[in-house]
Design a protein around this ligand. Structure first.
Ligand code: PMP
Length: 432
């Protein structure tokens, strides 16, 4: 009998007793391949000795100091590392402990930026249907995950949603990528104009959509067009790379493939690689300048932000990724995984799309390919796949159906960057 209020008490999770490289081991000793790194978290797998040593060393020196009094060496070094690996403008790092906290902080930073510049009316935020930005009330409001939002209406933030962007040619029915991207940018612009540009604070998007849709990349040019619309109306662009960032898509930041820079960038999962809860918002100079030269302080904070042991763990994770060239490895292995998925599922009557970048790959499941018809959400296909894959020794990340209420089901694979080709073959075999 458990006293934990598990998320789904009727189907409580298995008990994971140990983690070993890219596998999780349950209480009976059974091994499960961590094919989604949890939720694109465990980029270095489990039990990495260097990360553990770095955490223990930090624990011996200093376990905690409140950030209103003290910074710490690992926090300073981690911020330096993130800034060094990012485009020049993203020169500031604000630490948090979860992806939701990072999104909340970014939303508030955007609001405060406008207020400091005398634009107090900019209170609306625009997100996209079919996106996930977290479960706290603000992040939930701006996300497009209908299933998770439904029970908690009305939500707190004044949020509005525009269409997501799919790089899915067979759905575009004759429309070019360019025309499709232009149409979506126009939709955003019309939404801003309808609200009144002087009332809009920010537009937020996942650069590559993760949990709600399964590794959906935008068509080429989409983000450049979106960036121009935001700039025209003084709306800040927040990119949420909580799931797709820090090497996951084969680039350090996913936006580096899109020809744009965000004003604010949210990072989390792969930052600490699961060794500690840690997240960050990276901000452009102009945002920090406005706040510092205005009221002088970002009116935000949490007790555990910049936690020294969390920062030491993340610093070790990021140093290993850099030293061992793991972003490149993610790109290369991602190609292998994509090919394996294509070979195995390319002709499958119920696979509508195989997509992704780097070690962030998904297959989309459809009842019929032509015309493109999702499965009935009541089937809860994603839940069946999750259960059956786990029974066969694969932890993967299916989603969709009633979960997002917008499109069909998919299975996301996001294995550790240290995955081997043999492991990927086995994972795809199990899935097949
Ligand atoms: N943004 C994105 C893109 C995410 O995928 C997630 C988590 N799945 C979050 C935000 C929220 O992160 P957390 O669960 O750490 O609060």
């Amino acid at each position: 009998m458990t006293h934990i209020f598990h998320r789904s008490p009727l189907t409580p999770p298995k008990l994971a007793a140990r983690g070993q490289s890219n596998y999780l081991i349950d209480a009976s000793g059974r091994r499960y391949y961590d094919g989604s790194g949890g939720a694109a978290v465990s980029c270095l797998g489990h039990g990495h000795p260097e990360v553990i040593d770095a955490m223990i060393e930090q624990l011996r020196k200093l376990e905690y100091a409140h950030t209103s009094f003290f910074s710490s060496e690992p926090a300073e070094r981690l911020a330096d590392t993130l800034v060094r690996q990012s485009p020049a403008g993203l020169g500031h790092v604000y630490f948090l402990s979860s992806g939701s906290e990072a999104v909340e902080a970014a939303l508030k930073m955007a609001r405060q930026y406008h207020v400091e510049r005398g634009e107090r009316t900019r209170r609306h935020t625009i997100g996209r249907l079919q996106s996930y930005h977290g479960n706290t009330l603000g992040a939930l409001a701006i996300g497009g995950h209908q299933g998770r939002r439904a029970l908690y209406q009305p939500l707190l933030v004044e949020s509005h949603h525009v269409s997501p962007c799919f790089a899915r040619h067979y759905r575009l029915a004759g429309e070019t990528d360019d025309a499709y991207g232009t149409r979506l940018a126009q939709e955003l612009e019309q939404t801003i104009l309808a609200l009144g540009p002087e009332t809009v604070s920010a537009f937020i998007a996942e650069t590559v959509v993760g949990a709600t849709a399964g590794a959906v990349c935008a068509v080429p040019g989409y983000f450049e067009k979106i960036r121009r619309v935001c700039d025209r109306h003084g709306v800040l662009l927040i990119l949420d790379e909580v799931m797709c960032g820090l090497g996951r898509t084969g680039a350090y930041h996913a936006f580096q493939r899109e020809g744009v820079e965000p004003d604010l960038l949210c990072l989390a999962k792969g930052l600490g690689g699961g060794y500690q809860p840690i997240a960050a918002v990276m901000a452009q100079e102009k945002i920090v300048d406005a706040i510092v030269s205005g009221s002088g302080a970002f009116q935000h904070g949490h007790t555990y932000i910049g936690h020294p042991v969390a920062c030491a763990a993340a610093l070790a994770v990021q140093n290993i990724i850099e030293r061992d060239g793991l972003v490149r490895r993610s790109a290369q292995l991602g190609e292998t995984l994509h090919r394996l998925l294509r070979d195995r599922f390319g002709g499958h009557p119920h696979v509508g799309d195989i997509r992704g970048r780097g070690l962030f790959q998904a297959i989309e499941l459809v009842a019929r390919r032509e015309p493109d018809t999702p499965f009935d959400p009541d089937l809860r296909l994603h839940a069946l796949i999750k259960r059956e894959a786990l029974a066969r020794g694969l932890a993967c990340y299916p989603g969709g159906g009633t979960m997002d209420g917008v499109r069909g089901d998919h299975v996301l694979l996001a294995p550790p960057f240290l995955a081997t080709q043999a492991e990927l073959e086995e994972a795809v075999d199990i899935l097949a």
